[in-house]
Design a protein around this ligand. Sequence first.
Ligand code: NAD
Length: 343
Amino acid sequence: MVKVLINGYGSIGKRVADAVAKQRDMEVLGVTKTKPDFEARLAIEKGYKLYAAIPERLSLFEERGIEVEGTILDVIEEADIVVDCTPSGVGRENLKMYKQYKVKAILQGGEKAQYVEDNFNALWSYERCYGKNYVRVVSCNTTGLCRTLYAIDSVTDIVKVRAVLVRRGADPHDIKRGPINAIVPNPPTLPSHHGPDVVSVIPELEGKIFTSAVVVPTTLMHMHTVMVETTGTTRDDIIEGIERTPRVFSISAEEGFHSTAAIVEFARDIGRMRYDIYEIAVWEESINVVDNEVFLMQAIHQESDVVPENIDCIRAMLEITDDNMKSIEMTDKALGIGLKINT
Ligand code: NAD
């Protein structure tokens, strides 16, 4: 059992902790919190050992009567790996600590690619990240693009990728972000950073991918329109590629999946914890091939699609298995991933 320390117990951190706890080959060494809030209490109730992320704040927990085991510095050397799930920019700062204590670490998509040795997606770069010390699991949007591009690449050759990203304004718990009533080009410059981020995982797409992004007032999911010029393919081939690709599933508007709201309702109906949808949902009706160009629309649950990627990244970096598909299978089985609705 490898010991995993989760530094930062927010949207991503608490999901990664629960996902680690469900694997047979890893355990949660502990989780860290900056403040003694209800999430800190819940972490203890779940049985996780809680540590103060910032040593100077240890007394705040004691004052609130929340029992912590100590600070991150009391436990970091016991960890085989730290999964850093702190807000964008903090992970980069924390890298200094991980290097000082000689512990492997995974950063998240809010950090820049240049600070790590490589960038992770289980389908594309598992082998490259094998045994590495500092790796970034790319963002939710990049993860979604990487998965469907893998499905397309599995049946034809990709010539050019164009994608328009409609991004959620905030996560459901987040009261500080927006917009509440506007559509925001974000960034207003073209291309957006998402294309280069995909290239950090799939270098062969350098100069071939161009993305744009807007932010809209929704908290549920992101939505992409993806256009991929290929050397030639058919709609049936693309559907087959999607069916064969792990962590991607097709949905149909005809069966009531009219919007991201319906996908979330479905996840609630099937009892997914926190209505997490680890898989990328592709609208079957949107899949089309015109003059060698593939078109599709996909929805991405921003809070959870990167969670299984973090688990596979742990296995790659700690050299638990060199077979990415074996790791994916183990992770997916433990998390109940593998939705097939239209078959
Ligand atoms: P979040 O704000 O929900 O959680 C971050 C947690 O880290 C909070 O609990 C915060 O209190 C804590 N924290 C702050 N400073 C800390 C420190 N110095 N040490 C330890 N903990 C600290 O953020 P999130 O949405 O979970 O995002 C975490 C990372 O994951 C970011 O890089 C983000 O870009 C990336 N990411 C987020 C999403 C998403 O949609 N939420 C999706 C994919 C990737």
